[in-house]
Design a binder for this molecule. Sequence first.
Ligand code: 5GP
Length: 197
Amino acid sequence: MNFLEERIVKDGIVKHGNVLKVDSFLNHQMDIALMEEIGREFKRRFGNKTVTKVLTIEASGIAIAAFVAKEFGVPMVFAKKSKSINIDGEMYVAEVESFTHKNKNTVIVSKKFLHEGEHVLIIDDFLANGCALQGLISITESAGAIVEGCGIVIEKGFQYGGRAIRNMGYHVESLAIIDAMDAESGTITFRQQEQDA
Ligand code: 5GP
């Protein structure tokens, strides 16, 4: 098991409805030493790519993406959830359905902060059905920027997002991929990855 899988086993809580709670170290209280390690691990995995910007989505991706951006020495931008219906032409816009809240959000990135020809590394905490990632990919590509890769902290491999996005040709790296989890027993099964071998 890698450092993240060990932490998930120790402190993650499997909930009904295919939700993993990682509130004690990632999503509410944050373990900063762990965040630093996550930042370094993404730098190791994407270090051979040109990255000029890190992009994530509000809210839980922000802190993680900040640590990744620090490793690359580039700015981090997060897509904001917007309630405004009149979004002027100054924004890139995507519709994202929330897996955890089951509602739809319009997310926006100002055209000031994402430009044609930029090399973008997309970062998020979880990958489930892939809506969040697809929204961020769509925003990046509408800016004429290049998606260099997608870095995910925890992928739920039994949901279809990871497969769909890899099938579209994107390079997705997940620090932990969960193949199965059971709310009754609390057991979590990880996919063996080459990176850990
Ligand atoms: P997707 O868009 O891939 O269906 O879901 C990804 C988003 O939903 C992530 O940004 C994350 O915030 C949230 N999410 C999905 N599954 C889980 C989960 O099991 N636990 C937590 N804490 N968040 C999740």
